[in-house]
Design a protein around this ligand. Structure first.
Ligand SMILES: Nc1ncnc2c1ncn2[C@@H]1O[C@H](COP(=O)(O)OP(=O)(O)OP(=O)(O)O)[C@@H](O)[C@H]1O
Ligand SMILES: [Mg+2]
Length: 339
C-alpha cells in the first residue's frame, strides 16, 4: 500500500447565499438559503515514501482543502484518505506524530516567547526524547540557519525568518511526511532560494515525503519530480515533471538577430506552423509548432531573407504549460456547462 492513498475524495462546503437587493437580504436574515459547493471533487492519487509532489492549481481550486483533509484538520464529506494506513481525521493524534505541516500564511510559534520556548513546547506535545530533540534542534537550526533567532520572540521576526523557524519546527519530531502549503509566500528571492535548498536537502537526506503547494513554479520545479494539477476541485493532470514538459512542449520559440530584418515594416513572414511574436529592424521572434515544422526549416526560410547573426531557441516553461492546461480545462468546463 502507498504511504498516502486518496480515493474518491470529496469535500463539500455549505455556505449562506447572499441574495442581491434589500428585501431579499432582509428575508435571508430570517430564512437563509444555503448553497453547497464542492471544493474537492472526486480526487484520487497515491504517493510513495520519499516522493516530493507539487500540488498546484489556481486560487480556490481546492489545494488547501485537500491538504487539510490529509492532515486530519478537515473531515472528508465522502471518499477516503489513508496515511500510513491511518485515517487522519479519526486517528488524528497518531497521525500527527508522523507528519509535519507548514501553512505559509499561519505561524505555529507562540507570539510572545522566544522561538526555542515554542520548540520546547513541541517537544512536550510530540513527546520527543531529550537526546533526539537536541540532535534535531542542532541539525535543523543549522540547515535553516536560525541559530541567532532562537532567543528572539516570534513577533520580532521578519516574514522570512518566521518561515524558516516554522519549517524547522515541523521537523523536530522526525516526521515521515511534511505538507508545505505555500511555504515561500511573500518572501524575497534570496529567502525563497534558501528555503528551497533546505527542503531539497532534507528530502534527499531524510527521504521525507513532501507535498508542496505553491503559486511560484520555481518552488515546484526545483523541489518536485511529480506534479498534480487540480482545477475546480478535480485532478486535471498527475505526471512526472519531465514528461509533462515533453508532452506539452509542442510549441517552441525561436529568436533571430540579423543584419536587416526584411519582415519588419515590410512583407509578412509566412511559414507553415509558425506565428510571428515580434519584430524589430534587426530581430525576429517566432513561435512554432513542433508537429508542423522544425527549427531547421525555419532557419532556412529566414536565411533566404537576411544574414543571420545569432539564433536562440527556447521551450515554454512549466508555468506556461500549466497555465495553458488550465485555460483549456476551463474552456471545456464552460462548454459543458452551457450544454
Ligand atoms: N471554510 C470554508 N467554508 C466555505 N468555503 C470554503 C472554506 N474554505 C475554502 N472554501 C472554498 O473552497 C474552495 C477551495 O478553497 P481552497 O482554500 O482549498 O483553495 P486553494 O486551492 O488552496 O486556493 P489558494 O491558491 O487561493 O490558496 C474555494 O472556492 C473556497 O472559497
Ligand atoms: Mg490555499
Amino acid at each position: 500500500m502507498s504511504q498516502i492513498q486518496v480515493e474518491h475524495l470529496v469535500k463539500e462546503y455549505k455556505r449562506k447565499k447572499n441574495p442581491e437587493g434589500l428585501i431579499a437580504s432582509a428575508k435571508s436574515m430570517f430564512r437563509p438559503e444555503i448553497e453547497t459547493m464542492q471544493a474537492v471533487d472526486n480526487v484520487n492519487f497515491a504517493i510513495e515514501k520519499g516522493e516530493a509532489v507539487g500540488y498546484v492549481g489556481p486560487n480556490g481550486s481546492g489545494k488547501s482543502t485537500t491538504i487539510k483533509m490529509l492532515c486530519g484538520i478537515l473531515k472528508p464529506t465522502t471518499g477516503s484518505v489513508r496515511v500510513n494506513g491511518l485515517d487522519p481525521f479519526h486517528d488524528r493524534m497518531k497521525n500527527n506524530k508522523n507528519i509535519g505541516v507548514v501553512f505559509g500564511n499561519r505561524s505555529v510559534l507562540w507570539w510572545d516567547v522566544p522561538v526555542i520556548e515554542s520548540f520546547r513546547l513541541f517537544q512536550t506535545l510530540y513527546e520527543i526524547p531529550e537526546k533526539r530533540f537536541k540532535e534535531n534542534l542542532e541539525k535543523f537550526t543549522e540547515i535553516m540557519d536560525i541559530a541567532p533567532l532562537l532567543s528572539v520572540p516570534e513577533r520580532q521576526l521578519s516574514l522570512g525568518q518566521k518561515m524558516r523557524c516554522n519549517i524547522a519546527a515541523a521537523f523536530l519530531h522526525d516526521p515521515q511526511i511534511v505538507y508545505l502549503d505555500e511555504p515561500t509566500i511573500g518572501l524575497d528571492t534570496e529567502s525563497k532560494a534558501s528555503i528551497r535548498r533546505c527542503i531539497s536537502k532534507i528530502n534527499e537526506e531524510e527521504k521525507t515525503t513532501f507535498i508542496i503547494t505553491s503559486h511560484d513554479f520555481q518552488d515546484i520545479e526545483s523541489l518536485c519530480r511529480r506534479i498534480i494539477l487540480i482545477n475546480h476541485g478535480k485532478i486535471v493532470l498527475d505526471d512526472n515533471m519531465q514528461s509533462v514538459k515533453q508532452k506539452f512542449n509542442q510549441k517552441k520559440q525561436i529568436q533571430f538577430e540579423m543584419e536587416q530584418n526584411p519582415w519588419h515594416n515590410g512583407e509578412e513572414f509566412i511559414c507553415q506552423g509558425v506565428r510571428v511574436m515580434g519584430t524589430t529592424s534587426h530581430s525576429l521572434k517566432l513561435e512554432y509548432d513542433l508537429e508542423q515544422t522544425d527549427s531547421m526549416k525555419i532557419m532556412t526560410a529566414v536565411a533566404k531573407g537576411s544574414e543571420i547573426q545569432d539564433v536562440n531557441i527556447s521551450g515554454r516553461d512549466i508555468e506556461e504549460i500549466i497555465r495553458d492546461i488550465i485555460r483549456k480545462d476551463n474552456h471545456i468546463k464552460r462548454s459543458s456547462d452551457v450544454m
